[in-house]
Design a protein around this ligand. Sequence first.
Ligand code: CUA
Length: 670
Amino acid sequence: MRINTKYAQGMAALALLVSVNACKPKDAGSVVSGDAAAKVYVAPGKYDEYYNFVSGGFSGQLSVYGLPSGRLLRVIPVFSVDPEKGWGYSEETKPMLNTSHGSVPWDDLHHVSMSQTNGEIDGRWAFANANNTPRVARVDLKTFRTAEILELPNSGGNHSSPFITENSEYIVAGTRFSVPPDDKNGDVPINTYKQNFKGTISFISIDKNSGNMDIAFQLQGPGVNFDLSHAGKGKSNGWFFFSTYNTEQANTLLEVNASKRDKDFIMAVNWKMAEQLIKAGKGRKQAAKYASNRFDESTHTATSTIKNEVSVLDIREHPGLVYMIPCPKSPHGCDVDPTGEYIVGSGKLAALIPVFSFDKIQKAIADKAFDGEYDGIPVIKYEAALYGEVKKPGLGPLHTEFDDKGNAYTSMFVSSEVVKWNVKDLKVLDRVPTYYSVGHLMVPGGDSKKPTGKYLVAYNKITKDRYLPTGPELSQSAQLYDISGDKMQLLLDFPTIGEPHYAQAVAADVIKNNSTKFFKIEENKHPHVAKGEKEAKVWREGNKVHINMTLVRSHLTPDNIEGIRVGDEVYFHTTNLEQDWDVPHGFAVKGALNAELLVMPGETTTLKWVPLKAGMYPIYCTDFCSALHQEMSGYVRVSPAGSNVPISFSTGTNLPKDDTATAQAGAVKK
Ligand code: CUA
């Protein structure tokens, strides 16, 4: 019977193919799956439809791709230093990487959340988490630069982050590793986990206008690991859902000891209630030390402020604030559908996907349909919260995104596939292979109230044979699928930076017209700005030498500098005088132990340099800016320590004694 059916289908397909080939040659191109190339082809000079912001994992950075082409548009330095752009090396950006541990110049960036208004991506900011030294960052999508980094106390890793509420009131950060709180003595035996370790969730407020972040409050609860989360939306706005694992509270060999329970939990948090409790003064002030780093666009300079206190709500002291929902088994993704009614838990080790109902959860709470407590928190009965289960979806469900037609797409790590299912009837509709071991998925707007239904991107962990071999380390890979029809269609592979985890995308129109083209020089409030070449100067303050330098096509002012001594701290404060789009200059000095600078039009940026040997040091522009880019250079003379060569500086006037008269005509007017 089966064979007959398959045979019949095969014959029908063959018949279709033959008939199309036979009588409609002009349509042949649209019948074969060879239309994939046309679907991703963005002609030279044309723009992509979507910006795709992709986490860089262990690269610590955020990369920006165009979709559907998969073209890499930009790598935005966030948590890791980037000598290409001077990020973390320039004096102005060094404070951005400051923490209570000192400067942490790298991190492990896993998730991206774009700001939302009324549950739709508004294109203002992209938030990202640091999974190693707990931090969250805000990237300004006008400049595509990191504008703020906030450290999170009482946390040991920040994985369940930075998921956002539907009007960007908060992003959250649930600790990956429970640890003793910072105000307690953390110097305790590791095997006292159950007594001493706590799980903390930070609620980070976002200023509506500036985007500035602050820790509004923290929830302190049982020592579990928080994995992922999502805010409720629509009817469930006001709630947050967190997946947890290691509810066994194991402190060693988690592979075994944290996989014992048949079900872990999804933690449901009533954040509107938490907000009220904080307003009513119920927060306990707790000593904590954490850095708040902000970049000021008018001074082009970051400042780092160390803060000393957070407001903490102990979950057990506030009945009604938090409930536990049993979820099989070591849940990873915790995703909320566009209506806000369905909460999808994805147990990494489960053979089904449970879908919970927000209405049923509310009813269960009202009816007290509880199955005991977990560390003082009521546990809702599994069946009382459950809408239904997606049966036999595949192996190793991780993450779910949604489209605009009531469908969900879940990544299956172990069986390397994307599975499409209907949210209402929980029936599996389609499955396509990924190459290989898919982690996160992304549909543009796929975690918002307004998902789109055209593309899906799978971010894979293993590449193997997909690209030309590049030694033992291979590029990670993303794969683009067309999801506009009943069947998903693979369109494109593209390699990614670092290791991609979560990503988001938005229509290009939401962002592109707001993009900053250059910084207005008259608004530059940097203390060392030179707004014209006449303001360029060099002066000594003890062993510090400051150089206010200008960059313009195609010379540095000054370009002859003498009087620097070995051991001086030299500060090149470089201002790019250009007032036009796409005319950056670079700045580099021989022997610099840090980085180069890229200076955008109207911006001032500073490179610190400590020469260790007497000699002649060329300086030059590193960004090809004009036909005379190679001429955009100069010299710094370094004399031995204690020398009495006076400070002098000039451009165009420091001529050989014998031909001053002839060459002066070509000098740059000052
Ligand atoms: Cu300025 Cu090259």
